[in-house]
Design a protein around this ligand. Structure first.
Ligand SMILES: [Zn+2]
Length: 187
């Protein structure tokens, strides 16, 4: 399977943004999702220095990120493939994603899809929306889901070969296994 390597770099960031901004339970723990500046600061910690600094410098970044996270979650968890495609297409249009080749330090030219809104958060909106479109194109519509472990609302994006992922993290996979083992012993 050929998929742009930039997409595989965006995928964990997409999941992290959605899980930071939209979950009240994560990995079995009750969490208060950050908003506004707190969200921008928390998400910037997952980005490179330059991108993170650009994000923190924008006073509106937290609001934009919160809106983006909500849209991404709705697209990821849409029940029907046609709704999912419509939501991803709407994000691509909204953020004005533009494909362009760029050469980062020490890397060959590769394709980015920044949005054209002018802020870092909007640039990421275009990038993330296009990355989801490329995942659907390359892997099909069933590669997104909500963690099935108890008390976890985190989403996952499954780029494994067989598409068998059901949990957001190794920790939730282990929790779910333990819970299944306990319930078998008690029946
Ligand atoms: Zn989980």
């Amino acid at each position: 399977m050929e998929i742009a390597c930039n997409v595989t770099r965006q995928v964990p960031l997409i999941a992290e943004l959605v899980n930071l901004a939209t979950t009240h339970w994560r990995g079995g723990v009750s969490v208060q999702p950050p908003a506004g500046e707190d969200l921008a600061t928390a998400f910037a910690a997952h980005l490179g220095d330059r991108t993170g600094a650009a994000l923190r410098a924008d006073p509106d970044a937290g609001r934009h990120l919160g809106e983006l996270a909500t849209r991404l979650r709705q697209a990821l968890l849409a029940e029907r493939p046609q709704d999912q495609a419509a939501r991803i297409n709407a994000m691509i249009r909204r953020y004005g994603a533009q494909p362009y080749l760029t050469e980062d330090v020490g890397q060959p030219f590769h394709l980015h899809f920044h949005g054209s809104g002018g802020t870092q958060a909007e640039a990421m909106g275009g990038e993330f929306a296009t990355a989801l479109a490329l995942v659907v194109d390359g892997y099909g519509p069933d590669r997104f889901g909500e963690c099935e472990a108890h008390h976890c609302e985190a989403v996952y994006i499954d780029l494994t070969r067989n598409g068998s992922r059901r949990y957001c993290s190794a920790a939730c996979t282990a929790r779910a296994k333990t819970a299944a083992y306990r319930s078998r012993r008690h029946t």
